[in-house]
Design a protein around this ligand. Structure first.
Ligand SMILES: C[S@@+](CC[C@H](N)C(=O)[O-])C[C@H]1O[C@@H](n2cnc3c(N)ncnc32)[C@H](O)[C@@H]1O
Length: 381
């Protein structure tokens, strides 16, 4: 019996340090026994809940179904186990293309690429023995994708139920420099608890990621809106009828985005074009009003939830200009925002300090190689 079947236990892979946010979303979607570990959350879900998570979760990067777990101290053993103990033809046919993503940490095996090569060769040899030919291998074009994870000499081979990273929702075809990943934007957006009772504004919207994720979360739109996911169907016990039921339920719960609720703005005309093009791919995207101005020229903001990710940089000159910009953001908050709450993602806590308003809370978030600060300000005006 495959490992995931024993307790209906799966793994949600995460970018950065969003574990608590992902845990909260998984819980809301019905997952149980959620346990945070390095780079993700283990969770239990019955089939209905799993399908809902695959279709609706906006914060994880990938969902994996563990097939086997074993102690692994050498690539030789990895090869033997993959050749002898797993019946690959139960999972895919020799005419299909398979892929392997791998990562290794704190183990005797240190080269993840070599480990996946060993696993790939073992799979091919098993097929050759049975069919006298081997399946094709590709990560990008795989019909079925496996994940090999070795941590502290314990290996897990999983089926990747999302096929590609879940941040690739399909609507963001136009990007700009310093654009934020969709899964991270969703995790941060969900921290605002925005429920449509106030207006929503990103006055430094870049390519419109916060705005796109606001639509997806508010309207309760599924992840396969633009890009279909066929990888979940590779689970040996996949239930098409149940899948269609879950999809129908999601369809029924979708919400309409009223007009004049979501607003974007950016000083760069290129960013405004990118935002409009990206949002046009989403339902109600044309209801978002996107303007092209310096935020300082916005006259007044009332009863609004603001979420922004201002520029950040590393050089000394940049730092001075940046500190000035964050000072200006603080002045804008104080002088022009009435009865608003503002959420700011900044590359550095010093930049949050430069706003010169005491945040209600401030969290350190790892969104990539560096730590960022995410802060909430309550602006009574
Ligand atoms: C880090 S990017 C935002 C990225 C965005 N969250 C995304 O995912 O694409 C910062 C944005 O602030 C804009 N910006 C910089 N100064 C501005 C100003 N004074 N007024 C309005 N927008 C500004 C930049 O043009 C840039 O698009």
């Amino acid at each position: 019996m495959f490992e995931y079947r024993k307790e209906n236990r799966y793994f949600a892979q995460i970018t950065g340090s969003l574990e608590l946010m992902v845990k909260k979303e998984l819980m809301e979607l019905g997952a149980t026994d959620i346990e945070i570990s390095r780079s993700g959350c283990h969770f239990c879900a019955d089939d209905r809940t799993l399908y809902k998570i695959i279709l609706m979760a906006k914060t994880p990067q990938r969902i994996l179904a563990p097939l086997v777990k074993f102690d692994c101290f050498s690539t030789k053993y990895l090869g033997i186990l993959c050749y002898k103990d797993i019946h690959w033809s139960q999972l895919f046919s020799v005419d299909e293309t398979f892929g392997i993503m791998s990562n290794v940490k704190d183990s005797i095996i240190t080269n993840s690429l070599y480990a996946s090569q060993v696993m790939k060769d073992a799979i091919c040899h098993q097929f050759i023995l049975k069919y006298e030919r081997r399946p094709d291998f590709s990560i990008k074009e795989a019909h079925i994708l496996f994940n090999l994870h070795i941590d502290d000499n314990k290996a897990t081979i999983s089926l990747d139920l999302t096929g590609s990273s879940m941040h690739k929702r399909g609507y963001k075809t136009q990007s700009i420099k310093s654009s934020i990943q969709e899964t991270i934007a969703s995790a941060l957006f969900r921290e605002t608890n925005w429920d449509g009772e106030t207006k929503l504004l990103d006055f430094m919207c870049g390519s419109g990621t916060f705005l796109g994720e606001a639509i997806l979360n508010y309207c309760q739109l599924p992840n396969d809106l633009i890009k279909e996911n066929n990888h979940l169907k590779r689970l040996p016990n996949f239930n098409e009828k149940l899948w269609n039921e879950v999809k129908a339920e999601i369809e029924k719960n979708k919400k309409v985005l009223p007009k004049n609720m979501i607003f974007g703005n950016d000083i760069s005309p290129t960013a405004v074009v990118a935002t409009k093009e990206n949002l046009a791919k989403l339902p109600y995207g044309d209801r978002v009003i996107v303007e092209n101005r310096n935020f300082k020229d916005i006259k007044f903001v009332k009863d609004c939830t603001i979420i922004i990710n201002p520029p950040y940089g590393n050089t000394y000159d940049d730092q001075n200009t940046l500190l000035e910009m964050y000072k200006d953001i603080g002045a804008f908050f104080r002088e022009k925002c009435q009865n608003c709450q503002a959420f700011v993602l900044a590359g550095d806590p010093k930049l949050i300090d430069a706003i010169r308003i005491k945040p209600e809370w401030e969290k350190t978030i790892r969104t990539g190689p560096v730590n960022s600060s995410f802060a909430k300000f309550v602006l009574r005006g």
